[in-house]
Design a protein around this ligand. Structure first.
Ligand SMILES: Cc1ncc(COP(=O)(O)O)c(C=O)c1O
Length: 311
């Protein structure tokens, strides 16, 4: 989907015009994929707007950078403030926020250590990533997720998304909304950009971090909500066929939010509609982000925006 531009982008401590946020073709990141990034949603609530789990997202960015020995010249507090600054300066909500840190123009060669670290934060209006409440028809991908001793999946690194692109493109050319990848041992891992939940006999299952998944912040939010609702939750390795015999299944992610799966490999999940547990979690999640229920976990950081976009 085309990017809707906004006015400013935060770069290394300053707001610069959107069209000036350019990099050189010989920047390290262009050749070797040396970036770490985040994707955050800012939601509107009656009378205001709030950024969803800002602190956790920026903490994950810091951890992603640490894994890749990329020193970020900003503290967690400064990075949080940068996001708030750019969202307030651009004045658009709801929106999607994209902080990114990468190795810029310095040296050529695989070793990134002598190339400077650049940090940018952009935001722009962005609507639904997955089809509405009709559910997604997905497939199991022929591509595996990253093996644990190749690329660290707990780092949200640009290079990981070459694997995601293969999964996503294969799904699309075969007529599916998304692909679910197995890990290199054949256990269920995650979608190209979403964590996966399966419900069977009243228990919620999701893959543990050891199955090559990103430590999703929406995944964590759903685990919190489910435990608070008293629904049993198990993080365990799952065989592929759990998808064919489960009662309900859904994806979570900043982009996908909470999206139920209607079918997997053309096999209907339950009766294809959003099942009762997914519905309860979906409602609890959206009630908080849309300001219809108390933000009891302090997940929303308030921001002052003038305009609200119809997304
Ligand atoms: C590969 C992958 N898994 C899971 C997720 C979900 O993570 P989150 O809920 O933090 O957006 C994402 C999205 O960022 C992702 O790209």
């Amino acid at each position: 989907m085309p990017i809707e531009t906004t006015k400013n982008i935060w770069h290394n401590g300053q707001l610069i015009p959107w069209e000036k946020a350019n990099i050189h073709v010989m920047s390290h990141v262009v050749h070797y994929g040396s970036s770490v990034f985040e994707g955050i949603r800012c939601y509107t609530q009656p009378g205001g707007a709030g950024i969803f789990r800002l602190n956790e997202h920026m903490q994950r960015l810091i951890h992603s950078a640490k894994i890749y020995r990329m020193p970020l010249p900003y503290s967690l507090e400064q990075l949080n403030a940068a996001v708030i600054d750019v969202v307030e300066a651009n004045g658009v909500a709801p929106c999607y926020v994209r902080p990114i840190a990468f190795r810029g123009y310095g040296e050529i060669g695989v070793n990134p250590l002598k190339s400077p670290v650049e940090v940018y934060v952009a935001n722009f209006p962005w609507g639904k990533y997955m089809p509405g409440n009709a559910g997604a028809d997905v497939c199991v991908s022929s591509w595996s997720r990253l093996a644990p001793n190749t690329m660290p999946s707990l780092a949200k690194a640009g290079a990981n998304y070459m694997n995601s692109q293969l999964i996503r493109m294969e799904a699309e050319v075969n007529g599916y909304a998304e692909g679910i990848a197995l890990d290199t041992n054949g256990y269920l891992s995650e979608g190209s950009g979403e964590n996966l939940f399966v419900i069977r006999g009243g228990t919620i299952y999701t893959a543990p971090l050891a199955n090559s998944v990103l430590n999703g912040i929406t995944r964590d939010s759903i685990l919190v909500l489910a435990r608070q609702m008293g629904i049993p939750v198990v993080e365990q390795a799952m065989p592929r066929e759990m998808l064919y015999i489960c009662d309900e299944a859904f994806f979570t992610g900043t982009a996908a939010e909470v999206t139920h799966l209607r079918s997997v490999d053309r096999i209907m999940v339950g009766d294809g509609t959003m099942g009762p547990i997914t519905t309860a979690l979906h409602k609890a999640f959206f009630n908080i982000v849309n300001g219809l229920a108390e933000d009891r976990y302090n997940w929303l950081t308030p921001v002052t925006v003038r305009e609200t976009a119809a997304v």
